[in-house]
Design a protein around this ligand. Structure first.
Ligand code: KIV
Length: 245
């Protein structure tokens, strides 16, 4: 799974054969410039999910339920989840959190909304965690993640993201259920892996978490390309005869 926030990147990921596109609320940080995912709104998610759907009309698109859209009231949560399917064209929604969310997951599945869970470092709770920190380090915390994934499976979640936990917690959680686990910083034993596209492309600035692997240095590639454009415009080399009418 790879994140996508717009039609262009969704089309490229789909062409590459990525089976699951995630419109993550990470868009708040990597696209909108916020310092966390907390400010992301339902309207932001609908806007970006609809763009991803236009870029990849037949892909399996999972849209994040943003902070505040599902924690406060079940009726609003159901309305917001159905909005992501009806208005934006998502195939499924992703919900952060374990135990307290299982009733909501079961309710959504009952009304026809496929749900992906998300455990471990759930970024919407960054203020509670005191930062983006590895979760599940103590025996109790690890056991809670395993209990939570079992509860999410029982509630009807079709897959679960496990973020930023020690590798043995990723393995234990994967072994505890039959549904697929998708890891990000959860070791090599989850069923699948997910990365945030701008991280994978080396576009993101600043220190990266240990689990990120940049497959190209996209930031320098883009910087060099636009610098070449700028200097060719200054020298008169661009537009050349072949670019003129
Ligand atoms: O918002 C997001 O991009 C995510 C992934 C990091 C799993 O939730």
């Amino acid at each position: 799974m790879v994140t996508a926030y717009d039609a262009l990147s969704a089309a490229i990921l789909d062409e590459a054969g990525i089976p699951l596109l995630l419109v993550g609320d990470s868009l708040g940080m990597v696209v909108m410039g916020h310092s966390s995912t907390v400010p992301v709104t339902m309207d932001d998610m609908v806007h970006h999910t609809a763009a991803v759907r236009r870029g990849a009309p037949t892909a399996l698109v999972v849209a994040d339920m943003p902070f505040g859209s599902f924690q406060t009231d079940m009726t609003a949560a159901k309305r917001n989840a159905t909005r992501l399917l009806k208005e934006a064209g998502a195939t499924a929604v992703k919900i952060e959190g374990g135990g307290p969310m299982t009733d909501l997951v079961a309710d959504l599945v009952r009304i026809g909304v496929p749900v992906m869970g998300h455990l471990g470092l759930t970024p919407q709770s960054v203020n509670q965690f005191g930062g983006f920190k590895v979760q599940g380090r103590t025996q109790d915390a690890a056991d809670r993640i395993v209990d939570d994934i079992v509860a999410l499976e029982a509630a009807g979640a079709f897959a679960v993201v496990i973020e930023c936990v020690p590798s043995d917690v990723g393995r234990r959680a994967t072994e505890a259920v039959d549904i697929p686990t998708i890891g990000i910083g959860a070791g090599a034993d989850t069923d699948a892996q997910v990365l945030v596209l701008p991280d994978l492309l080396g576009l993101t600035d600043g220190p990266m978490p240990r689990f990120v692997k940049a497959y190209i240095d996209g930031r320098s590639v883009i910087r060099d390309a636009v610098k070449s454009f700028q200097s060719e415009v200054a020298s008169g080399e661009y537009p050349g005869p072949e670019h003129r009418y």
